[in-house]
Each structure stands twice: as structure tokens, then as C-alpha cells.
Design a protein around this ligand. Structure first.
Ligand SMILES: C[S@@+](CC[C@H](N)C(=O)[O-])C[C@H]1O[C@@H](n2cnc3c(N)ncnc32)[C@H](O)[C@@H]1O
Length: 235
């Protein structure tokens, strides 16, 4: 890790928004905006989602550990109007109660042990009003693509960058690895199944509500490669 900004230092922050799929962001924001008038984004980053959500009239706040990412948010129009706390989203508290706490783009997996992921659910629940929701979007672990004896899943085949995920099925540790002619970069994750997320929600006093395979609310099936899930704090 590169210092207090973690894996999202200035080098990463500077190009972070480049690969953004605007159609996907629009779908994301449509769904989130329907879940209430106030929202807290865990891992708000450069505000890719938070800023358009605020544009829909939602009062948005955020938590992120990377000052470099948050500086990018601040520099965008409307960025100065979003309250952001610098800290770890599994433990940092902000003032107020929210209709929605959300954590997207696989970022639950950036918490690399079970204890931190459980703490994240408890922290989300602590920020919800009665009846409020916690929403997570994350990938399904790609273990079905691992034949016996293999632990790597390639996902980018050049010509500038080659990338692969490395899985350890004994520990649920994984990493995403990026190789270019100039550098090698590796980011650690802990992969997690929907069933374990449901158990973490239960431990935090939240009850399961919806699970879709996409922001357009397609049904979640055994072939889904990711999911958007919500749990509710009892009213
Ligand atoms: C993949 S980016 C997602 C940013 C934003 N949610 C988006 O969709 O564009 C991950 C973000 O999580 C932040 N992050 C990772 N681990 C964190 C932690 N334990 N506490 C706070 N922020 C964290 C990083 O600084 C980075 O901004």
C-alpha cells in the first residue's frame, strides 16, 4: 500500500474516472434516487455516483480514506457541497441518519478480512433511520472459471495492460493484478458470496429485501456475474 491514501493515491485518482460507463452510472443513480431523499456513500471516491445522485435532489454525504480521490470530487461542480469524512468506512461515523447507505463497484471486497466486512455492516446499520436501506453492488467470485489446480483468472489481454485475478479458495483472499511494460500493480481483496453478506446483515440487525443482477433490476440467477443487494433496518 502506498501511504495514507491506500491503493487510491494521486496517480490512481488522476485517471480514475477515465473508464466510467456513463450509461451504467445513469442506471445506478436512477435506482439509488428511488430509495430516499438522503444517502451516505461508503467509499465515495471521486464522486462518480454521488454527484449525479445529488443532482437528483438527494442529500448525499460520504466517507473515503483517500484524500487524493476526494480532492478530485471537490474539484468537480457541486463537489464542495457534499460532506465527506476522511476515514475507514467500516468504522468512521458521520452525523445524522440516512434513508440509504450504499457501497458500490466491488468495494466491500477492499475490506480484506471478515472482521472488517462485518464491522462495515454494523457501521451501515448505525447510520440508517428505521426502515432505511443498506445497498451493496459487487461481483460474484469467479471461481467457476478455475479448473482444478489453477488459481488465476485473466481479465484483460493487452495491448497496453495485461490483468488477472488471483484466488486463494482456502482463505477467500484474492488480488487483482495489472501488468504493463512500465509497472506491475497488485490490489488485495477478500471475495465474499451473497450468502455471507446476508449473514453479516443479520448480525447487524438488517433484513434482506432485494437482490438483482444489475442496476436495471434483472433477476439474480445462478449465471449472474454480480449483484445489487439491499437489506433494511426494521421500521
Ligand atoms: C473502486 S473505488 C470506488 C469509488 C466510488 N464508489 C465509485 O464507484 O467510483 C474504491 C474507493 O474506496 C476507497 N476505500 C477503499 N478501502 C477503504 C476503506 N477501508 N475505508 C475508506 N475508503 C476506502 C478508496 O479510497 C477508493 O476511493
Amino acid at each position: 500500500m502506498d501511504g495514507e491514501d491506500g491503493y487510491f493515491d494521486e496517480r490512481v485518482a488522476a485517471t480514475y474516472d477515465a473508464g466510467t460507463d456513463e450509461r451504467e452510472i445513469a442506471e445506478t443513480v436512477d435506482l439509488l434516487a428511488g430509495l430516499g431523499g438522503s444517502a451516505l456513500e461508503f467509499a465515495i471516491g471521486t464522486g462518480r455516483v454521488a454527484l449525479p445522485l445529488a443532482g437528483h435532489g438527494v442529500r448525499v454525504a460520504g466517507i473515503d480514506m483517500s484524500r487524493a480521490m476526494v480532492a478530485r470530487l471537490r474539484a468537480k461542480p457541486g463537489g464542495d457541497k457534499i460532506d465527506v469524512a476522511i476515514g475507514d468506512f467500516s468504522t468512521t461515523r458521520v452525523d445524522g441518519e440516512f434513508d440509504l447507505v450504499y457501497l458500490v463497484f466491488n468495494t466491500i471486497m477492499n475490506l480484506t478480512d471478515q472482521q472488517a466486512q462485518v464491522a462495515c455492516f454494523r457501521n451501515a446499520a448505525a447510520h440508517l433511520r428505521p426502515g432505511g436501506r443498506f445497498l451493496i453492488e459487487t461481483m460474484q467470485p469467479d471461481l467457476r472459471r478455475l479448473p482444478p489446480g489453477q488459481n488465476l483468472v485473466p481479465f484483460q489481454d493487452g495491448p497496453e495492460v495485461w490483468a488477472f485475478d488471483r484466488y486463494d479458495v482456502a482463505t477467500q483472499q484474492m488480488s487483482s493484478n495489472y501488468l504493463s511494460r512500465e509497472a506491475f500493480r497488485s490490489i488485495p481483496f477478500r471475495y465474499v458470496w451473497p450468502s455471507e453478506l446476508d449473514l453479516m446483515a443479520q448480525m447487524a440487525g438488517l433484513t434482506p429485501e432485494d437482490r438483482w443482477e444489475s442496476w436495471s433490476r434483472e433477476p439474480f440467477t445462478h449465471e449472474s456475474t454480480r449483484h445489487v443487494s439491499t437489506w433494511r433496518r426494521p421500521a
